[in-house]
Ligand binder design. Structure first.
Ligand SMILES: C[S@@+](CC[C@H](N)C(=O)[O-])C[C@H]1O[C@@H](n2cnc3c(N)ncnc32)[C@H](O)[C@@H]1O
Length: 217
């Protein structure tokens, strides 16, 4: 096994359909906190803000991992709002439930089959999870996100933008795996449009985190 596979495989394991599931949520939380250089809270709060999440909203966090974004969104919706996190990794969900705010709940589920009725949420969020979904399933996942959004609801997807420098990109491959190294993040708007949503904006947080916003018309 190559070094990169060993490092990436230490954090993630392969799902049945070729995606990658978080296996070491504690270690992941630590490495992400470090890679955001002390600015994770500010950056995630800004993602929540850019999504238009507000007091009283019902929000879904897709691929929530250990639930950091879920927790930040929970603050933004206040005690009358509610945030649900889903992730197919049982380890991630167990970790996310530990000490989670009272207005959050978590379920083991994949983006391709969201366990919620149509038009449940005001906002759907997803950070650093989209590239973990197998490419052929991404359109299915986006259709699910649209299905569970209320009419007029909002979507924000933030994902890793691979660096242009070939050497740095190779290092990303070693640490984060193939899907991260070659993440076609700029295809997201076309996929979002094809799923029946209207892209409303985009931006960068740091040079490596790109986000897109959309509405359910
Ligand atoms: C890098 S973590 C991101 C966690 C969190 N959203 C964050 O910003 O820190 C990616 C997460 O996507 C999850 N994932 C993998 N396949 C998925 C799928 N098909 N649907 C939803 N989540 C998935 C993994 O288990 C993992 O917890």
């Amino acid at each position: 096994m190559k070094l990169g596979e060993r490092i990436h495989g230490g954090l993630h394991g392969e799902s049945r359909d070729g995606g990658s599931l978080l296996r070491q949520p504690r270690l992941y939380a630590l490495t992400t906190a470090i890679s955001f250089g002390g600015r994770r809270r500010r950056i995630y709060d800004d993602l929540v803000h850019q999504s238009g999440t507000s007091l009283g909203d019902r929000v879904l966090d897709v691929g929530c991992g250990p639930g950091y974004l879920t927790g930040r969104a929970a603050l933004a919706v206040g005690p009358r709002g509610r945030v649900e996190g889903i992730d197919p990794s049982p380890e991630a969900i167990t970790d996310a439930r530990r000490g989670a705010p009272a207005n959050t709940s978590f379920q083991i589920a994949a983006a391709e089959q969201l366990p919620f009725p149509d038009e449940t949420f005001d906002v759907v969020l997803s950070s650093l999870a989209f590239h973990h979904i197998p490419p052929e399933n991404r359109p299915i996942a986006l259709r699910e996100m649209r299905r569970v959004l209320k009419t007029g609801g909002r979507l924000l997807i933030a994902d890793f933008r691979p660096p242009r420098n070939a050497l740095v990109r190779r290092l990303v491959g070693v640490l984060g795996g193939h899907a991260m190294q070659h993440n076609p993040v700029d295809q997201i708007p076309d996929l979002v449009t094809a799923a029946g949503l209207r892209v409303s904006g985009q931006g960068d947080q740091r040079h490596w985190l790109r986000y897109f916003t959309a509405t359910h018309p």
